[in-house]
Design a protein around this ligand. Structure first.
Ligand code: PMP
Length: 392
């Protein structure tokens, strides 16, 4: 087996030479806005805990109670024995939250996407996917074996051209709602027009929209007033909801179909009861503490405006995700290292998470960030930007 391990090691050396090698970093308290890592305290500007509720007392208490009542694991697939009333309650509440007939829990956003996409489309079907969609969508499409067109990012004209020439019985359009690495927004009103005009199914991934956008936090579809016109509403529960897992919401027949056909649901152990209990608590917190949505979005706007005025390229971000485009992978790593030295935690996002030469720092804002801390960070980010020549 020596050849095998040598080959692995050579591959890793190549990644290091290209500055795209990845390593875990240990932190002591990732749910907080200040985290302890490497012996120092750093401002957390990279968490998806957008509403700051991952350490909310109601979520923690719900988890602890569920552990005491049910134990630590679901013990099997939900279709065998690992299904408690807790899960059904969560699904009822998610459906209510999303204003859909029904909903289904999955163990993560990644498995929700691969399971759902591969269940809905297959050989002989066509999927039209935004070029910047998340890796889990791309992997779901690959598993499905459907024909695959990647349309230009958020480009409705380009998408319509493809739709016009597509003679497939089943066509599915799929998009992130808030794009995970650019922080910009999918043109959902235009997408629903096109899906209706060309008889396509529309699936949206609200991983970064759910809990944050819309008057009730239902997501970007609510913000644009098009929720009822979307066929498959997927969202995650490990980001704004501070838990883990994901959901798909839609018509009852769709959910019944997924229970029977989504392999990533059928052939896996259910989420731990403690997680599902915290999801139920998070749904209440998201409903009752609307100030968190206003807070994260207004702080994000302040940051975007200031960073843009300072000369950073923040692409077309309109959300709590703010990219600072640096360019080369190595330069982004160096920028992130400089931030770390100044007690700011914001890793470099490199290829293949983003296209080559588009490496960046991805800042994400939390409702619980203090304005003074953000000012403190802005001053440092701008100084490092000037010193490294990223801004003039
Ligand atoms: N979809 C999108 C758009 C995401 O950004 C992510 C996670 N980064 C996922 C799906 C996967 O979600 P999870 O982390 O729950 O697997």
């Amino acid at each position: 087996m020596e050849d095998f391990y040598r080959e692995l090691s050579e591959e890793l050396e190549k990644l290091k030479a290209q500055a795209i090698y990845r390593e875990f970093r240990t932190v002591e308290n990732s749910a907080s806005q200040w985290v302890v890592a490497g012996g120092g305290e750093l401002l957390n500007l990279c968490s998806n805990n957008y509403l700051g509720i991952a350490n909310h007392p109601l979520l923690k208490d719900a988890s602890v109670d569920a552990i005491n009542r049910y134990g630590s694991g679901a013990t099997s697939s939900r279709l065998i024995i690992g299904n408690y009333d807790l899960y059904e309650e969560a699904e009822r509440e998610i459906a209510r939250f999303k204003n859909t007939e029904s909903a289904l829990l999955f163990n993560s956003g990644y498995v929700a996407n691969i399971g759902t996409i591969a269940a809905i489309i297959g050989r002989g079907d066509l999927v039209l996917s935004d070029k910047l969609n998340h890796a889990s969508i791309i992997d779901g499409i690959l598993i499905s074996r459907a024909d695959h067109i990647r349309y230009r990012h958020c480009d409705l004209t380009n998408l319509e051209n493809h739709l016009k020439h597509a003679s497939y019985k089943r066509k599915m359009i799929i998009t992130d709602s808030v794009f995970s690495m650019d922080g910009d927004l999918a043109p959902l009103p235009g997408l629903v027009e096109l899906k209706e005009k060309y008889g396509a199914i529309l699936m949206i991934d609200e991983a970064h929209g759910s809990g944050v956008f819309g008057a009730n936090g239902r997501g970007l579809a609510e913000y644009y007033g098009v929720s009822e016109r979307i066929d498959i509403n997927m969202g995650t529960l490990g980001k704004a909801f501070g838990c883990a897992g994901a959901y798909v919401a839609g018509k009852k027949v769709l959910i019944d179909y997924l229970k029977n056909k989504a392999r990533s649901l059928i052939f896996t152990t259910g989420l731990p009861p403690s997680t599902v209990a915290s999801i139920n608590a998070a749904l209440k917190v998201v409903r009752d503490e609307g100030w968190r949505r206003d807070s994260v979005l207004s702080k994000a706007k302040l940051m975007r405006d200031r960073l843009g005025r300072a000369g950073f390229n923040t692409l077309n971000s309109q959300s709590q995700i703010i990219p600072l485009v640096i360019g080369y992978d190595r330069a982004a790593l160096e920028f992130s290292r400089r931030l770390y030295e100044e007690n700011i935690l914001a890793p470099a996002i490199r290829y293949p998470a983003v296209p080559k030469k588009m490496a960046r720092i991805r800042l994400s804002i939390m409702a619980t960030h203090q304005l003074d801390d953000l000012e403190w960070a802005l001053e440092r980010i701008e100084r490092i930007g000037r010193e490294t020549g990223v801004i003039g």
